[in-house]
Ligand binder design. Structure first.
Ligand code: CP
Ligand code: NVA
Length: 302
């Protein structure tokens, strides 16, 4: 593994290695065991979109590993004024040991990796959110003991989260059913990948069909960053695609709920469900820290 651009680039074994190391790093952090595996290393973090969890977990994680994070807002970088990514990549490669980038186009992340000479980590694009799914898989394994054979229902938008969730769950031996309205399907390439997994993947319209007998029920906002202008149209399109008590009633009685956050209560998830499952949802948020530390160690350690 040279970069983390999308989960499709990783083997199941590599994902497992990240999850196992994440568990170890969580144990070390919880027990006050020093783990300066990236002593003296620097990570540049480019943000072209807002963030709470990704920024703070990468920044804190790097410090816990003995390294130094640099927050680089695109508003203050020359990239925000049009400096090409191939130049930015080569310049930053001369200063840093790794780059995390949150942006719009997946191609920008791929180009950063192509033209630079240091590891690149995708902190979310319109296409993928691999770091979040690694944290989700870690959380599901913590709560459900194993991933293989577990059934996950994705309810709502076929967005960056859905794309990465499909790839991550299938690579880890899980089953995934996606329920989305017509016109809001996941990426066509991801769907083609998923079809190769036979009946471990299904795409349906009815949220109850997807949630039936599920071990994990997951959703995300109806309008992602950059889609704010379509929010009203999307609110209409996704009516009925809400995680609420009625939907959870068809899942397994001990089903867990995941949401990458930020959540819009009353839209994709009810306040009641979010609060009833806050334990798992905030474990998920916490595990961003541990999963990303594992990714950084695997990519950046000498
Ligand atoms: N889930 C997630 O990526 O959160 P932020 O947008 O706050 O980073
Ligand atoms: N799909 C959401 C995820 C936010 C973490 C977005 O892209 O805005």
């Amino acid at each position: 593994m040279k970069h983390l651009l999308k989960l499709g680039d990783l083997t199941s074994q590599e994902i497992l290695e990240i999850l196992d190391l994440a568990d170890q790093l969580k144990y070390e952090q919880k027990n006050g065991i020093e783990h300066p595996y990236l002593k003296g290393k620097t990570l540049g973090m480019i943000f072209q979109k807002a963030s709470t969890r990704t920024r703070v977990s990468f920044e804190t994680g790097m410090v816990q590993l003995g390294g130094y994070p640099l927050f680089l807002s695109s508003a203050d970088l020359q990239i925000g004024r049009g400096e090409p990514v191939q130049d930015t990549a080569r310049v930053l490669s001369r200063y840093l040991d790794g780059i995390m980038i949150r942006t719009y186009a997946q191609k920008e992340v791929e180009d950063l990796a192509k033209f630079g000479s240091i590891p690149v980590i995708n902190g979310l694009t319109d296409f993928a959110h691999p770091c979040q799914i690694l944290a989700d898989l870690m959380t599901i394994r913590e709560h459900k003991k194993h991933l293989e054979g577990r059934r996950l229902a994705w309810i709502g938008d076929g967005n960056n989260m859905a794309n990465s969730m499909i790839v991550g769950t299938l690579k880890m031996g899980m089953q995934i059913a996606v329920a989305c309205p017509e016109g809001y399907e996941p990426d066509a390439g991801v769907l083609a990948f998923a079809r190769e997994y036979g009946d471990r993947f299904s795409l349906v319209r009815d949220p109850k069909e997807a949630a039936a007998d599920a071990d994990v029920v997951v959703t995300d906002v109806w309008a992602s960053m950059g889609q704010e202008g379509d929010a009203a149209v999307r609110r209409e399109a996704f009516r009925g695609y809400q995680i609420n008590d009625a939907l959870l009633a068809v899942a397994k009685p001990d089903a867990m709920v995941q949401h990458c956050l930020p959540a819009h209560r009353g839209e994709e998830i009810t306040e009641d469900v979010l609060e009833a499952h806050a334990g798992e949802i905030f474990d998920e948020a916490e595990n961003r820290l541990h999963a990303q530390k594992a990714v950084m160690v695997l990519l950046m350690r000498d």
